[in-house]
Ligand binder design. Structure first.
Ligand SMILES: [Zn+2]
Ligand SMILES: [Zn+2]
Length: 628
């Protein structure tokens, strides 16, 4: 209804002066549509009508040239003959009726003025926004709608309350109301009625038999359940309607009070507890919608005002008043941080400093949205500077910056960001997380996930997809990454599977020729000095070592690290680690010579491997090892 009517208005208002020529047989009709409010006063009363029907018989040329109808300048510039056919009278508000004259008065509701009650079949009631013929108040004495028109504040207010209903308390204008909000309005009306019936029985209470005496309990649970099911329905509506329904419901239930006396057994039988739980749910839902749904700023402002002004907050949850005060996405400071123009998160405006500070829940929502939209670079900039209230959860989110850099396609920068000199994310590596990063760096593919803590990265069901513009790291960089991670994280250093994965990379899938005995001998010192150098967190591999036998040198470096690991303590299971050497037995023998420095550890390692062989179906390499 509203749609069809406003369409009519926009047609009328879009034409400065439009002449519609209508021809059918011999008769010629011309309708002049004109509606330009500023100019109305300057025009004579005939032109002041938005529709003018010219009687049959006048010639079109005469009409167009007639000075009395339109000024000559207007006829040159502003007259457009758009089409020529018999006139249809389009739907119009009663005050615009081209057939029945209308008398305007400011707020006359007693009875129809002059002939204002007369209607054609296209007349609409301005208040009800439906055909005047179906308006039940049209001529209703004392409340009649037939005198309504848009140039009166009285009638406009009446129209707004009539059409907005429950939505009026949000201060929405009619132009903001779409079919979803209209449906929400009906849902809210019903909610208000139904919840009040359930509330009445809560207030009356229920008589129960308790230890030979009767008492009245007031159990809020049925109200809580009803509100919950309404909020469930609300969350399934489109985002604007969902926000309005959540807040509209909160306005209703926050006015409920616990009745003194015993309650029921469930925690939600007490109205005060239940209200807090419900309000938290509402605030969470609406906060999410505000961050995720891209509402127009004016709409968000109205939601925030409604929540703060209309919702009743008991003293103990006063702080929740600010739950919906979320920076809009177009906030100057936020935008400058996301775009990389502000790397401090601080904005100075007229001597006043503003920090980019947000609730953790908001930080999580922004992070989710930026991941959905693959805006990883912006997400990293945001996470580096935003300040928030929950440091433990925020640390977990910040630990994902290296992953987001991977997703951005820059694996080298991602690797660097795992090992800053203070508070390195790699220090909190679990073996699985290490293996995930090793996989990403090796393949330039990553699990397709939206995450808020590192543990979520090793989801076994995640699909790994190629990262746009990313190039896999070279073997030497993978080795450096792994050795650094082992230094940072004891869990990674201890874990057998981490060793197996690293050794699989350096053993490659093909056998490398055995290097010269001199090189093997020299390597022992070089490898030791690389591994034991702790001057900085970097792993530096001398060019001279890497040059002649590049693959073998890396294999010996990792094998050397493995011998230190075995000398350090039991490695279990050992068989998968040993099996990675199956094509490069010379490197395996080289390791054994390293282990010879501790007869005790060597024996213990032998025993562990023997035990594993006995417990398993057998491994050719390990059997060889035992036999040799
Ligand atoms: Zn009419
Ligand atoms: Zn009406």
């Amino acid at each position: 209804m509203l749609g069809s009517l406003s369409k009519t208005f926009s047609l009328v208002q879009s034409c400065k002066t439009e002449i519609v020529m209508c021809t059918a047989g011999d008769s010629t009709e011309i309708i002049i549509l004109s509606d330009d409010e500023e100019e109305d006063s300057e025009k004579d009363s005939e032109n002041n009508q938005s529709c003018l029907i010219i009687e049959d018989g006048k010639k079109t040329d005469e009409l167009l040239q007639s000075d009395s109808l339109v000024p000559s300048s207007a006829s040159d510039e502003d007259l457009v003959v758009t089409f020529s056919r018999r006139a249809d009278v389009l739907p119009h508000a009663r005050y615009d009726c081209p057939i029945h004259p209308f008398i305007a008065a400011d707020c006359e509701t007693a009875a129809p003025l002059a002939g204002n009650q007369l209607i054609c079949d296209q007349c609409f009631c301005y208040i009800c926004d439906k055909p005047a013929s179906s308006c039940v108040m049209w001529t209703c004495s004392g409340r009649c709608h037939c005198n309504s028109h848009k140039k009166s504040e009285f009638w406009n207010n009446l129209r707004n309350s009539f059409l907005l209903g429950e939505l009026k308390m949000f201060n929405f204008s009619l132009s903001e109301i779409d079919s979803h909000l209209r449906h929400a309005e009906i849902m809210l009306q019903l909610f208000r009625q139904e919840v009040s019936a359930i509330l009445s029985s809560f207030i009356r209470g229920q008589i129960v038999q308790q230890d030979c005496k009767q008492e009245v309990i007031h159990d809020y649970t049925p109200v809580f359940n009803f509100v919950t099911s309404f909020l469930n329905k609300a969350d399934k509506q489109n985002s604007r309607a969902a926000a309005v329904l959540n807040l509209g419901a909160a306005e209703v239930f926050m006015k409920h009070f616990q009745v003194s006396g015993p309650t029921g057994p469930s925690p939600m039988s007490n109205a005060s507890n239940a209200k807090v739980a419900l309000l938290q749910r509402v605030a969470t839902s609406v906060q999410r919608l505000i961050v995720m749904a891209n509402f127009p700023p004016g709409f968000v402002q109205k939601l925030q005002n409604f929540y703060q002004k209309t919702t009743f907050f008991p003293a103990d949850i006063k702080s929740m008043r600010n739950s919906l005060c979320v920076r809009p996405w177009n906030d100057v400071l936020l935008v400058s941080v996301l775009k990389g123009q502000n790397v401090s998160g601080v904005r100075k405006d007229k001597g006043k400093k503003t920090h980019l500070t947000e609730e953790m829940s908001v930080v999580l929502l922004r992070s989710e949205l930026l991941q959905q939209e693959c805006r990883y670079r912006e997400l990293c900039r945001y996470l580096k500077v935003v300040q928030t209230d929950d440091s433990a959860r925020f640390q977990q989110l910040q630990d994902l910056i290296p992953f987001f850099l991977c997703m951005q396609g820059d694996l080298t920068e991602a690797m660097t960001s795992l090992f800053p000199s203070v508070n390195a994310p790699a220090c909190r590596f679990s073996p699985q997380l290490f293996l995930t990063y090793l996989g990403i760096f090796q393949t330039a593919k990553a699990p397709k996930l939206i995450v808020c803590q590192p543990e979520q990265l090793y989801c076994p069901n995640a699909v790994w997809e190629p990262i746009k513009d990313a190039v896999p790291l070279k073997c030497v960089d993978l080795v450096k990454f792994a050795l650094k991670a082992q230094r940072c994280s004891a869990a990674v250093y201890k874990d057998s599977q981490c060793w197996t994965s690293l050794l699989t990379i350096v053993n490659s899938s093909t056998a490398f020729p055995q290097p010269s005995p001199e090189f093997l001998c020299e390597s022992r010192h070089v490898v030791k000095s690389i591994l034991l150098s702790h001057q900085n967190s970097n792993v530096t591999i001398p060019r001279s070592f890497h040059e002649v036998y590049p693959h073998q040198a890396l294999l010996l470096l990792v094998t050397g690290a493995l011998s230190f690991r075995i000398l350090n303590g039991a490695l279990c299971p050992a068989l998968p680690v040993i099996n990675t050497f199956k094509d490069n037995m010379w490197a395996f023998r080289w390791m054994f010579e390293n282990l010879a420095v501790s007869e005790e550890r060597l024996q213990s390692f032998f025993q562990d491997v023997t035990q594993e062989v006995a417990n398993s179906t057998g491994s050719p390499l390990a059997v060889n090892l035992i036999l040799s």
